[in-house]
Design a protein around this ligand. Structure first.
Ligand SMILES: Nc1ncnc2c1ncn2[C@@H]1O[C@H](COP(=O)(O)OP(=O)(O)O)[C@@H](O)[C@H]1O
Ligand SMILES: [Mg+2]
Length: 350
């Protein structure tokens, strides 16, 4: 039996920003796929390129940035599309964005209008996705959506303005908005970062529940390994624009191979323990985007650093098991899945 085609297959994606200070290789040779009906978690520290990767998929990279190479095959209603080959303004891309692939953004307020009611915003989105829908039907559907995301008395809340809502309710409206087009792929970019811990847990429950009910695929982005353990089936550990390690959630938690993955796992606070005593900070921080270390991007912070090897070349991707791969010279001797490809020669104007 041929394996099922993934819903989204990203291959060697590179998204660069051409700034006056130099080129920022925000996403630099990123490959991963999102299978049907699965939750894939992307984890990595701030600045690793997670949001830029998400925005690349949606075709909303602001200038001076652009996707410079690679492919993003999406198997949607309009057939198999390579999103990387489409103009972001293309009609086909516009039909896909928001409806088939939707996103809950990291900055919640930027996605909602302060001068329109909850209902105005949701009804508009619904009528855009379904041109046959009348305003009355859209309003009914909107109330149904608000109920689905756990908003109490949606008949009243539909006429509220965003500033009248608590942080948790705002987040639920954002989730309602993101699922209004019945997306095949929902991208959630750190959807719980800006809200307090008890609401965070509720939003995660809501997303898990919606996934189970609607069977939509999800790409869940976070800097927190604890959240990954709660939600993801498969894990992509991202560092400086590329994949350090990927595997099933069991592979990553029970048998992590990359020193970066191990460091991220050690930095999860223990249950019932004061975070300060167990939070084992990773040495240093993500390097300045203009000053990437030569060789392995993690080499200047790695506790297993070997001079002459790790700073000499980007490690290839090694196989750990059927379901797990990692990009680290410690795995030398394992099967090489992919040699490291050098970045392409590109300039601001292509
Ligand atoms: N508009 C932009 N112009 C220049 N550099 C950018 C821009 N947006 C993001 N970057 C850079 O891309 C890198 C990855 O950023 P981002 O994807 O936001 O990281 P993450 O979401 O993992 O915290 C960072 O070095 C960031 O400074
Ligand atoms: Mg981000």
């Amino acid at each position: 039996m041929a394996p099922e085609r993934p819903l989204l297959e990203v291959n060697d994606l590179r998204t660069y920003f051409f700034t006056s200070l130099g080129t920022v290789r925000a996403v630099d040779g990123l490959s991963f796929s999102v299978p049907l009906q699965r939750i894939v978690g992307i984890v990595g520290e701030s600045g690793c390129g997670k949001s830029v990767a998400a925005r690349s998929i949606l075709g909303i990279i602001p200038p001076p940035g652009r996707v410079v190479s690679g492919s993003m095959h999406f198997d949607g209603d309009q057939g198999l599309l390579d999103l990387a080959a489409l103009d972001p303004h293309d009609e086909v891309y516009r039909k896909t964005r928001g409806k088939e692939i939707s996103m809950i953004f990291q900055e919640p307020m930027s996605a909602l209008s302060p001068v329109h009611t909850v209902g105005d915003q949701l009804v508009e989105a619904l009528m855009l996705y379904d041109e046959q829908l009348t305003k009355e039907d859209a309003r009914d559907r909107c109330i149904g959506l608000l109920r689905q995301v756990g908003i109490p008395s949606p008949e009243t809340l539909i006429d509220a303005y965003i500033f009248e809502l608590s942080g948790g309710m705002r987040q639920r409206v954002l989730v309602a908005m993101a699922i209004s087009g019945e997306p095949k792929l929902l991208i959630a970019d750190e959807p719980t970062t800006a809200i307090d811990v008890t609401i965070q847990a509720k939003v995660l429950d809501l997303l898990r529940h919606l996934h189970e009910e609607k069977r939509m695929s999800m790409l869940f982005i976070t800097h927190n390994m604890g959240v990954i353990a709660e939600l993801a089936h498969e894990v992509i550990v991202m560092y400086l624009g590329t994949v350090a390690e990927q595997g099933s959630v069991n592979d990553i938690f029970d048998n992590p191979q990359h020193p970066y993955t191990q460091a991220l796992l050690e930095s999860i606070p223990g249950i019932g323990v004061e975070p300060k005593t167990t939070l084992q900070a990773i040495e240093g921080s993500v390097p300045d985007p203009y000053r990437r270390p030569p060789g392995c991007p993690f080499s200047n912070r790695c506790p297993s650093f070997k001079a002459g090897t790790c700073d000499a070349a980007l490690p290839p991707l090694y196989r750990v098991s059927e379901s797990q791969t990692a990009r680290c010279f410690l795995l030398e001797g394992n099967e090489v899945v992919a040699e490291a490809a050098p970045p392409p020669e590109v300039s601001a104007d292509g």
